[in-house]
Design a protein. Sequence first.
Length: 202
Amino acid sequence: MNRILMIAIAAVLAVIGVVWALTSQQPPAPESTPTTKASTAPVSRFVPMEADFAAVAPVDGEGQPADLTAYRGKVLLVNLWATWCAPCIKELPALGALQRDLGGEQFQVVTIAIDERDPTKIAPFLASHGAGNLPVLIDRDRTLDKVAQIVALPTSFLVDRNGTARAMLTGDACWNEGAALDAVKAFVADGTVKPDTLEPCA
């Protein structure tokens, strides 16, 4: 009996030794790879690009395909935003003021909401944040991904009169004054993309 017990104990100790040897030789687990991609565009600075903005197909405030023909031949500042995005909401009054001061036959501010399933929310939301004069457009199907990789909100594009997106900015800005206003005016005048850093509203 003692011999059998000793054999059993020896077997258990052997198994423990093998397990210890295997686990002690295992390499450390690799660090987890972040799933969020870093922005490829400097924050609050326009970077040149070239993409056909005609690929974007938003819906209007009633959930119907939006008619974008009114914007043909105009220079556009296209602003992507969301109702849950604090920096987006912060810059809405400045966007409304920019449209009021500079909008017309040559220029238009175009706001497109992202990740919003209820299109009827957008018009009252814009109106309550000083931007009731801006278009009610929603990109429910993320067609904007055909134009550029959207890594953060707000994101803005400068689009020329031929419907080509020429510059992209990630971050908010005080659009109706300072460097942001100068950048928009320069692009409207002759297509210049100014590389200046745009300051957010205080």
